[in-house]
Write a protein that binds this ligand. Structure first.
Ligand code: ZN
Length: 166
């Protein structure tokens, strides 16, 4: 379901320590300890550094598995830095609960942005060399691949391409 990414922070879980998180804490509701829909793939950091329910209840946050979840309406990015959209209490609570603004994530998002920038530069060089103004299908597909659900931090790239749509 999560394409080998942490449900909360979107980092790849392929090479990082990860575990199963109880979305509703067991302390909160022991009857949901083994309920499939309460088990979310999480990186170690999100699971262990998240704020307990008594501090920030999940009901105040975005549920990454909710069918109508629209994270881009609540979260935005300034380069690698995550921010709540203006007026989004849910966005703010989600960032605080899972500490999505922590340094290790900033660093990983920065590395992905670096890959994206390298792809942009290669495309720009090709445009100049060919005397073209517009990207071809292949080049657009390369940029869109960063937004695919299986790509780490795809929400950040969706927001970026949305902002820079010609
Ligand atoms: Zn995480």
């Amino acid at each position: 379901m999560s394409h080998h990414k942490c449900f909360y922070c979107e980092q790849s879980t392929k090479q990082t320590r990860h575990e199963v998180d109880h979305y509703i804490d067991v302390a909160e509701d022991p009857t949901r300890a083994f309920t499939w829909t309460n088990l979310y793939l999480s990186c170690w950091e999100c699971n262990h550094q998240k704020q307990p329910n008594r501090a920030i209840p999940v009901t105040d946050c975005l549920d990454p598995c909710a069918p109508d979840a629209q994270p881009s309406r609540h979260l935005m990015f300034e380069t690698e830095l995550i921010r709540a959209r203006e007026g989004s209490a849910q966005g703010l609570a989600t960032i605080k609960k899972y500490r999505l603004d922590r340094k290790d994530l900033d660093h990983k998002r920065m590395k992905q942005l670096h890959l994206f920038n390298e792809a942009l530069i290669r495309i720009k060089d090709a445009l100049i060399a060919d005397g073209r103004k517009d990207m071809n299908e292949n080049e657009m597909a390369v940029l869109r691949s960063f937004c695919q659900p299986d790509f780490p931090f795809s929400l950040m790239f969706q927001a970026y391409l949305e902002r820079h749509r010609p």
